[in-house]
Ligand binder design. Structure first.
Ligand SMILES: Cc1cc2nc3c(=O)[nH]c(=O)nc-3n(C[C@H](O)[C@H](O)[C@H](O)COP(=O)(O)OP(=O)(O)OC[C@H]3O[C@@H](n4cnc5c(N)ncnc54)[C@H](O)[C@@H]3O)c2cc1C
Length: 326
């Protein structure tokens, strides 16, 4: 691990101050709880001159349910608070389960919703010390010219491994963004693209201000992840589900994955299969549909074929409602 680089840390108290600091320092890095970013700084992956912290910005700490039933969570709300909030636990179980499944308790006490949604992608060739990466001639994601995972590829296959995004995606969430030019709201799915080196679509200086999750009343929602170390670990695969069942038929279904692609993946094309009974034939069809869209690569310590099998088995357990067939 490297020593932290010399840098100036700003700790604004309002969104207007934070905006002004980012506008005045276009190369500044935004710091949430720092549970991922600080590790990357200590690895020499990032060497910012200026960092601007979100956690003291009062405007980013809201957590409220509107009259239309939608939940809005500020970007600086901690995952500990999100997971423990009674309204979230009752109304958005998958979201609470996902927040509760991130890292360990001490991480969650400071880790923020904004930091989790904007979590950097991960790869065994990237999350390494400076000397390790330099000895390997770096990689496509940072300072190098080749993706060691897919040497002929022009794009990077580092993997998105945040837990909260899939749970929010299956509820049809949106994010509010603040840019030097003003604010805008976009579907959460549009925050991401399938490129491990540039998986966020944020414009320069643009930040996430809040996450809004519509009511999921009438839906059964769940988030399940599998990880190597049960007490504290990134998902080797995580699946979020929102489902409606009527008279033994699945009438509505949304599935999203993490740990499988360079972005959290909202599975496409499920509507065309519904209504359908949640039987083996339907689960086989879902497997084929998801299997084509997932792209686990050898970017993590667990083999890609294993992660694919785990993701599909977790999906079968959730949709089939009969426990995991692992
Ligand atoms: C041992 C260990 C285990 C972990 N396990 C998991 C896990 O199981 N699941 C998981 O999801 N994560 C895991 N993490 C990663 C991390 O702890 C979490 O993802 C956490 O939620 C990140 O939030 P943060 O506030 O600390 O982000 P930070 O580290 O502060 O920031 C992360 C990134 O988000 C950007 N960012 C922060 N806030 C905003 C914003 N409002 N708008 C735009 N960009 C922003 C930062 O610039 C940075 O690039 C783990 C980390 C460690 C060290």
């Amino acid at each position: 691990m490297e020593a932290l680089p010399d840098l100036t840390l700003h700790r604004p108290a309002t969104l207007a101050e934070l905006r002004a600091l980012l506008d005045a320092n276009p190369t500044a890095r935004l710091l949430g709880g720092g549970t991922d970013l600080l590790v990357n700084l200590r690895r020499g992956i990032d060497t910012p001159d200026v960092m601007v912290e979100t956690t003291r910005v009062a405007d980013l700490h809201g957590l409220s349910v509107a009259d239309d039933g939608a939940l809005t969570v500020g970007a600086a709300v901690t995952l500990e608070r999100l997971a423990a909030d009674p309204a979230v636990r009752a109304g958005w179980p998958a979201l609470a389960q996902a927040a509760e499944a991130v890292a360990g308790p001490t991480h969650r006490a400071v880790a923020t919703v904004g930091g989790n949604l904007c979590l950097d992608t991960r790869c065994v060739y990237y999350n390494q010390s400076e000397w390790w990466r330099s000895a390997n001639d770096y990689c496509l994601k940072k300072a190098g010219e080749m993706c060691h995972v897919a040497p002929k590829s022009k794009i990077c296959f580092a993997c998105f491994s945040g837990d909260v995004a899939p749970a929010a995606l299956v509820a049809g969430a949106t994010v509010r963004l603040s840019a030097p030019t003003g604010e805008r709201e976009i579907p959460l799915t549009d925050l991401y693209r399938e490129d491990g080196a540039a998986h966020l679509t944020l414009a320069p200086g643009e930040i996430v201000v809040s996450l809004t999750v519509p009511s999921v009343a009438g839906w059964e929602t769940a988030y399940r992840k599998v990880r190597v170390r049960g007490s504290v670990d990134f998902p080797l695969a995580g699946i979020a589900m929102a489902i409606q069942r009527t008279d033994g038929q699945v009438t509505a279904l949304r599935l999203a994955t993490t740990g499988t692609n360079a972005r959290p993946l909202l599975v496409d094309g499920i509507d065309a299969l519904l209504p359908a009974p949640a039987d083996e034939a339907f689960l086989d069809t879902l497997e084929r549909l998801m299997g084509k869209q997932m792209q686990p690569m050898s970017s993590t310590f667990t083999p890609q074929t294993y992660r694919r099998r785990v993701a599909l088995n977790v999906m079968r357990g959730l949709v089939g409602g009969e426990g995991l067939r692992v």
